[in-house]
Design a protein around this ligand. Structure first.
Ligand SMILES: [Zn+2]
Length: 226
């Protein structure tokens, strides 16, 4: 490469960097999380999509909440009836194989989520809070269809390192659950990787999502054209 060509290359690289710098904030490059928010009109549907752009009504409470058996939960936690049943079945089957999978968080109402989120903001700042915690109305936990679990290492935050996680990765879908916030899908789901958070969608949809390595957002786009 002669000197002139090299210099031209440098100019081109600088030009590209300048373009990136000035365009990174225009809408095309920016995500639209917490913008154009729609209020969910089917909050009781097991396929309901709740995320940063789809918000549950503030007063929505699922009508079939049932307590999870304490053999499968670390305290008094509730899930929607069918989800509770499937989760207990999962917990029981895993147990027979020597795994211990326990719910540490399940249904959370709007006000509790508000408190959790606001505490995160106070402690860690808005940006970090938005990555780890949902704003009130935007949490799947308000649907009664989502559950956070811990394994035998007894720390949900370290669930990924437990043998139970390996089992859940390949078996949760058989009970209708999906890993809702997979690794490297943050730009789609809006949330960082959460190995402990599982969402009930029913066996049929869970299988499709599992086999095609999708998120619920991608499932909607691909199969429900939304
Ligand atoms: Zn969760």
């Amino acid at each position: 490469m002669n000197e002139k060509t090299f210099r031209n290359c440098v100019y081109i690289v600088i030009a590209i960097l300048i373009i990136i710098f000035f365009t990174k904030d225009i809408p095309f490059f920016k995500d639209d999380f917490y913008e154009n928010i729609k209020i969910v009109d089917n909050p009781s549907n097991i396929l309901v999509l709740v995320n940063k752009n789809n918000k549950l009504p503030e007063d929505f409470i699922p009508n079939d909440l049932q307590p999870i058996n304490l053999a499968c939960s670390n305290a008094d936690k509730k899930l929607v009836g069918i989800v509770k049943e499937k989760f207990e079945q999962l917990c029981h089957d895993a147990n027979l194989l020597g795994y211990r999978i326990v719910a540490v968080s399940a249904y959370r109402d709007y006000n509790y989520q508000k408190e959790l989120y606001e505490n995160y903001v106070l402690e860690k700042g808005l940006e970090y809070a938005d990555k780890c915690s949902a704003r009130p109305g935007h949490s799947e936990h308000q649907t009664g269809l989502a559950v956070d679990v811990m394994g035998s290492n007894e720390d949900y935050d370290e669930f990924e390192k437990s043998p139970e996680f390996e089992w859940m990765k390949d078996n949760a879908h058989n009970y209708g659950f999906i890993l809702r916030y997979p690794e490297n899908k943050e730009k789609i789901t809006g949330f960082k990787y959460e190995p402990w958070h599982y969402r009930y969608v029913g066996e049929e949809v869970a299988k499709i999502i599992y086999e095609n390595k999708l998120t619920l957002e991608e499932y909607y786009e691909k199969y429900l054209n939304k």
